[in-house]
Design a protein around this ligand. Structure first.
Ligand SMILES: [Zn+2]
Ligand SMILES: [Zn+2]
Length: 346
């Protein structure tokens, strides 16, 4: 089968790889029908993900059809269309019991697919712990609507929950890229007023055109803090989601929060950030950090099925898997207004 493999730092290649087989009674083999490229794939290629293992087939955002199951798999059956979770998790350890599946203590726990074990930019993939990692896609939900459920939509859903905000609250979302958009879509469902902040006007325009966010600000032009204060009787944002990870965006995040606000750091930073405690003394902020605990994919699919969430508009470009190199080039260049690419398999 054809697959995209991480060869060594700086190099991915499309290779012929053996078709995966069941290894554990809890495994399933999934035939991939649609996959996407994530910024984290580029981070792996560039050597910024220390735990990524060279030789691994990449891809951690994909949907497919169950081809084979081990004897201990009971939640999905052969022939089911499924969304695959970016995280594999046992479902029973200390962390899994609390929904903190990113830190599952199983050897395959957390972000393993497409990082430490073979992932889904391939025709077939072996998914460990299939009962927790696969969710059946409802009949009225398309592959395109389900494609982002396992990774960036799970992240947006989780980030929206972390803000602890509801109807009438104001949340600033820094970064109007795919994760920021998913977060804002999930916040809208909760009745939150959302301020989208980005230095790229085309991304702000994309958000506006798709009804994402209530106010759209570019810090190069707009005085972000005073606009937010104007919306909140001078207080500042009730919560902030930092989904940009750019230069100075960590600082922007805590500065636009109101006292006792919640600052959610979802971005993956390339460099350490400084926490200027003397400047923030008395502001009594709550910081929440980390990578998604993607334990609610089934809940998200049900909301998509009910028409409450749909982020398929993020799939701005589609390529057959035979043109995956071209898809990578476009995604990395950011050209032609690309947000996400969908790779399709015939
Ligand atoms: Zn990702
Ligand atoms: Zn676990």
């Amino acid at each position: 089968m054809r697959a995209v493999r991480y060869l060594r730092k700086g190099e991915f290649a499309v290779v012929d790889a053996p078709r995966p087989e069941l290894r554990d009674p809890k495994d399933a083999i999934v035939r991939v029908t649609m996959a996407s490229i994530c910024t984290s794939d580029l981070h792996i290629r560039d050597g910024h993900v220390p735990r990524a293992v060279p030789g691994t087939i990449v891809g951690h955002e994909f949907v497919g059809v169950v081809e084979e199951i081990g004897p201990e798999v009971s939640n999905v059956s052969v022939g089911d269309r499924v969304a695959v979770c970016v995280e594999t998790f046992c479902g029973s350890c200390f962390y899994c019991e609390r929904g903190w599946v990113n830190n599952c203590t199983d050897p395959d726990g957390g972000w393993a697919l497409g990082c430490r074990i073979d992932g889904g930019q391939a025709e077939y993939v072996r998914v460990p712990h299939a009962d927790t990692g696969l969710d059946r896609i409802p009949d009225n939900v398309t592959d395109g609507q389900a494609l982002l459920v396992g990774d960036i939509l799970a992240t947006g859903y989780w980030a929206a929950g972390m803000t602890e905000c509801g109807a009438g609250d104001v949340v600033a979302v820094i970064g109007a890229g795919p994760v920021g958009v998913c977060t804002a879509v999930c916040l809208k469902r909760l009745g939150v007023r959302t301020v989208m902040i980005d230095i790229d006007d085309s991304r702000l325009t994309f958000s506006k055109e798709h009804g994402v966010g209530d106010i759209h600000l570019n810090p190069k032009r707009d005085d972000v803090i005073s606009v937010i204060k104007g919306m909140t009787d001078g207080r500042g944002a009730d919560a902030v989601v930092e989904a940009a990870g750019g230069k100075g965006t960590f600082d922007d995040a805590w500065r636009c929060a109101r006292p006792n606000g919640i600052v959610c750091l979802v971005a993956m930073y390339g460099e350490p950030q400084s926490l200027p405690l003397p400047d923030m003394y008395g502001k009594n902020l709550v910081f929440k950090t980390g990578g998604v605990d993607a334990s609610k994919d089934g809940e998200i699919l049900a909301l998509i099925s009910k028409g409450e969430i749909d982020v398929s508009f993020l799939l701005t470009h589609r390529f057959p898997f035979s043109r995956v190199e071209e898809a990578y080039e476009l995604f990395e260049s950011g050209g032609d207004g690309v947000m996400k690419v969908a790779l399709t398999f015939e």
